[in-house]
Structures are given as structure tokens and as C-alpha cells.
Design a protein around this ligand. Structure first.
Ligand SMILES: [Zn+2]
Length: 294
């Protein structure tokens, strides 16, 4: 096998970083097209009645007319399609399309609707989203991942969303990050723990050791707990509360101290500054006393 182009190995690297283990690469026979997958997909597919184990679901890269293309594809994979359909969230799906728009010059989705292959294509994203909204009126997932006459979801079906077209190698990490939910929807259930690759990247200029001793206002029980477990990137303001993955919202903590302080920190940091406090209960009472309760 000829060596895959660097851009492909960079995509594999980026997906591996998100997965927390090595992603695998599958070249499409006789074509310069590459699927980037999780090996776990092969186990899901083996449970398939069709016994197909070519697991063509995941990211697909190819180069056409000197232009880089990255697609998210589900092809002839009943089991994977049923997982994807179950996890699918239309609003999140739309947000992925909006958040990745800057990496492509055209929007495109191929899918099967009422048994027929269709393609929505539009340069203008509003026009593209309007067409998707039309399908959503009757239920997007229900229409696009409909069962066939034999009651099987996804046979002979291709779902292919263009994520990026005409992008550069330097954009890969951002593209994978912003489209990652699609990949997670390929699992039987959404993984609870997502490795936070982008926060870890933001912290790469900070020495990788537990920073617990720099936090102000720590309660006695935490001060008396010694470090244990691996060093992890931790958010000051949690991701679920709108905290970013940028350096100013991150610190390194060991697993033990990460657990004890999760959601209880406030402040910010830079490369040479660190102003992070533990929010103790007394502070909360003070805040409650000065502001009307909503
Ligand atoms: Zn620690």
C-alpha cells in the first residue's frame, strides 16, 4: 500500500486525540479515498445480520481537482445507522453545519428520502438550512434514516454530509472538534467521558503537573487530599455552563483534585498569571443575599 498523504495521517492523528486511542485508516479500493474510523465500529458491524464488516461510517477524505474534501459518511451500515438515528439531534446537527461553514465553499448532503437518493446542494448556507428545515417539518431523522420495506434501517443507504471542502492542513483539529458530535453518534450510546483534546492543546505551554496548590480558598478536606491519578486538563468554568476550551479557562489537575473541584472554581489564568478561587458556600450565601432570586 502506498503511503497515505500527510493530510490523511493528520486527520487520523486528530481523531485519535479525540478518541483517546488510535483511530484506524481504511483506503477505499482503487481510489484515493480514505475512511478514518474507530476500530470499535468493526465490532458493532459484526453484530449486523448482513455480516458486512467493511464499516464504511465515519470521516471520509479525498482530493478532487486539487481540492481537499472531508465528508461525514454513513454507507450501507444498518447497525451504525440505527445508533446514529437514536443519538441524532437536529439542532446540534444544524449547529455543526453552521460552525463548520468557514471550512467549505459549498454545502452538500446526500441522503435517502422515502426510498430515493437525494442531494441538497447550495453555496448559500441559509438556502441549504432552509431545505433541511423543510425535511425537519416531518421529522428529519425519521425521513432520512427511514426503515426500508424489509423493516431495516440503512441498507442501500448513503448519508454523506460535506464537512469541509478546500480546507488546509492547519484547519484539521478545528474541523474535527466542531464536527465531533457526528462521530459520537455512531456509538450505541453517547460516551459519557469525552477526552478534552482542545482544552489540553490550549494548556500545552503550561507545565503538565497538578496546579491544585495555586488555587485560593481551598477547603480543608481538599488541602488534606494528596495528588493521585493522571494529570488532566480541567475547566475553571465547566463546559456545560458555557466555559470555553481556551487557556484562560483551563488548568492542569490530577484526577483526584479534578473530581473534588469540578464546577466549584472561578477565575481565569494566563501563561504567567493564575487567579483561580474555590467557590465556598459562604460566598454563595453572600451572592444570594445581594441579588434577587430568579
Ligand atoms: Zn493534585
Amino acid at each position: 500500500m502506498t503511503k497515505p498523504p500527510k493530510i490523511v495521517t493528520d486527520i487520523v492523528k486528530s481523531v485519535s486525540e479525540k478518541l483517546g486511542r488510535e483511530a484506524i485508516l481504511r483506503k477505499v479500493n482503487n481510489r484515493e479515498e480514505y475512511f478514518i474510523l474507530d476500530l470499535a465500529f468493526s465490532y458493532f458491524q459484526k453484530a449486523d445480520r448482513n455480516r458486512r464488516n467493511d464499516y464504511r461510517s465515519g470521516y471520509l477524505y479525498f482530493k478532487l481537482k486539487n481540492t481537499n474534501h472531508l465528508l461525514f459518511v454513513l454507507a450501507h451500515s444498518p447497525i451504525m445507522t440505527s445508533f446514529f438515528k437514536k443519538n441524532f439531534d437536529y439542532e446540534v446537527f444544524k449547529n455543526i453545519i453552521i460552525n463548520t461553514e468557514l471550512y467549505r465553499d459549498e454545502n452538500s448532503l446526500r441522503f435517502k428520502n422515502k426510498g430515493k437518493q437525494e442531494r441538497i446542494k447550495a453555496i448559500d448556507i441559509k438556502e441549504f438550512l432552509n431545505k433541511l428545515d423543510e425535511i425537519e417539518k416531518v421529522g428529519f431523522a425519521k425521513s432520512v434514516f427511514a426503515k426500508d420495506t424489509k423493516g431495516i434501517t440503512g441498507t442501500g443507504n448513503i448519508f454523506a454530509l460535506s464537512i469541509a471542502r478546500g480546507f488546509k492542513g492547519k484547519d484539521i483539529n478545528e474541523i474535527i472538534e466542531k464536527s465531533w458530535d457526528l462521530f459520537l453518534w455512531l456509538y450505541p450510546s453517547k460516551p459519557v467521558f469525552q477526552r478534552n483534546a482542545s482544552l489540553n492543546r490550549s494548556l500545552n505551554k503550561i507545565e503538565n503537573e497538578c496546579e491544585i496548590s495555586k488555587i485560593k480558598n481551598l477547603p480543608k478536606n481538599i488541602l488534606e487530599t494528596s495528588c493521585s491519578g493522571q494529570i488532566e486538563g480541567a475547566h475553571i468554568k465547566p463546559h456545560k455552563d458555557g466555559g470555553t476550551d481556551k487557556l484562560d479557562n483551563g488548568l492542569w489537575l490530577c484526577k483526584a483534585h479534578h473530581r473534588l473541584t469540578e464546577g466549584k472554581l472561578e477565575g481565569h489564568r494566563g501563561i504567567n498569571t493564575f487567579k483561580v478561587n474555590f467557590k465556598n458556600k459562604r460566598d454563595k450565601r453572600r451572592v444570594r443575599g445581594t441579588r434577587p432570586t430568579i
